[in-house]
Design a protein around this ligand. Sequence first.
Ligand SMILES: Cc1cc2nc3c(=O)[nH]c(=O)nc-3n(C[C@H](O)[C@H](O)[C@H](O)COP(=O)(O)OP(=O)(O)OC[C@H]3O[C@@H](n4cnc5c(N)ncnc54)[C@H](O)[C@@H]3O)c2cc1C
Length: 477
Amino acid sequence: MGFKKNEYDVIVVGGGIAGLVCGGYLAKFGKKILIIEKNSQIGGYCSSFEKDKFIFDAGVHGIGGLHETGKTSKMIEELGLSVKFDNRQPHETVFFKNKYAINFWNDIKKTSDELIGYFPQEKQRIEEFINLTLRESPFVLFSKCRNKTFSQILNYFFKEEDLKSIFKIPGGNIGLSSNYVSALSMMALYREFLFNPSKYPIGSMQSFSDSLKNKCQYFGSEILTKKKVVKIIKNDCRYLIMTDDGNSYFSRKLVFNIDPIQAYKIGGSIKAISKFYKIVRFLTISPSAFFINIGLAENKNFSLNNNRLYNLWYFPQDDTSRGYFDLSHKFFASHYIGKHKGVFLSFPSERTLRVLIIAPFQNASYWSENKERISGNIITRAAEFLGGFLKLTKSISITTPIDLYRSTFNYKGACYGLIPATSLNNYYAGFATLDDNLFLCGHWVPNIFGGSGIASVVNRAITCSDFIIKNKKKNEE
Ligand SMILES: Cc1cc2nc3c(=O)[nH]c(=O)nc-3n(C[C@H](O)[C@H](O)[C@H](O)COP(=O)(O)OP(=O)(O)OC[C@H]3O[C@@H](n4cnc5c(N)ncnc54)[C@H](O)[C@@H]3O)c2cc1C
């Protein structure tokens, strides 16, 4: 079928990872695709920027789903991405109560031995927990963990409180207390990101997104950057998509890779969108984050790699039992800015590091008044662990929840879209079909297995493209 100018089979709004993966698969299948992204570079939260000659990441610190049967590996192979990953080990370390330093290795036996070394009396239960997480099918996981919180699962398996706390700490990757977070989503996190390692793309996070972009274009997909979608209407079974530069584009099918609140603002006249919005606005969104990217001067006597670290959960106190992901501002002020010590550090390269805490959304004036103080406080915590590195600081870049919102329009700077709490119990699908021609992919799709991160949104994007292709075939029969 011939296409008029500006007319496509499918238009994808938002060039984050999910939008690119979905667009890439559809273009590979031969569809005429347009991806529209408001920023000058694609990738959304999975992008990087340059400051003072350092490359810093804007959001993501590690890519999961890279094991043999992981969805990210499948996507890399099927689309033929040329990305390479840093294989540094251990990929994750939990430093807890100045007493435990547990490393997560590529080799699950090695990780399990470290845990058993500290908790020999829990040997059998640790092995059973790993077995359930890694080796059981999603159906078995589903039947055993459905309707349970992660704390309930940990209480079922273990007696040692310190061991339970150690398992709870990397839950920061989801951002909700283990007392509320769905066990399914935490088990998925352990399977895709922790017991199987997350990895860092050589160069920067941007290189992962760029390799996806190249493949989309190779398969014929068009990608427009620096164009914000401002209005969408449906006319005669066609979608009309308007951008902020006054241009219009048309398609029969539309994929949203943006948050539902914004989707409603720009496309609320479409029945299916307003229906969906009425459901999701009652669900809980994930917290945001506050972080500092630091670039260090070269120094022969000090290298971050000497510490053999990649991602470090530095928790000298046991804050996990108090629900350290409480999202209220009051809790944040007293514990994160004040006495609370827990902080997450990642080391993308030998001369860059990031210090991050989970944070609630506040208005711009709150962050401009407080960001230097909060930043100073959490750098001091990092220095407790890393010693002399502060003297070498050459460049600092602070990111607040407001910055995260502004860069991606994710509602309230939410890191992971909708939070996989028990309120999502009835949502199992990995993508949302709003109607026959309207789809949602990315981390705002309600899903009890969790919206957390790249592995999960890659999975959704593949399922979404699959559905569009199969649906098309069915209609043609
Ligand atoms: C600080 C931080 C750390 C994280 N760490 C990790 C990690 O280590 N590992 C991991 O797996 N996950 C991590 N995550 C989560 C992960 O980044 C997200 O779940 C994932 O990137 C979401 O991808 P997405 O494609 O759904 O959406 P997004 O990345 O949000 O992409 C949406 C895109 O749509 C564009 N857009 C929005 N509105 C419009 C419009 N009107 N017109 C045109 N374009 C528009 C935005 O600019 C953006 O590029 C982290 C998130 C944050 C914030």
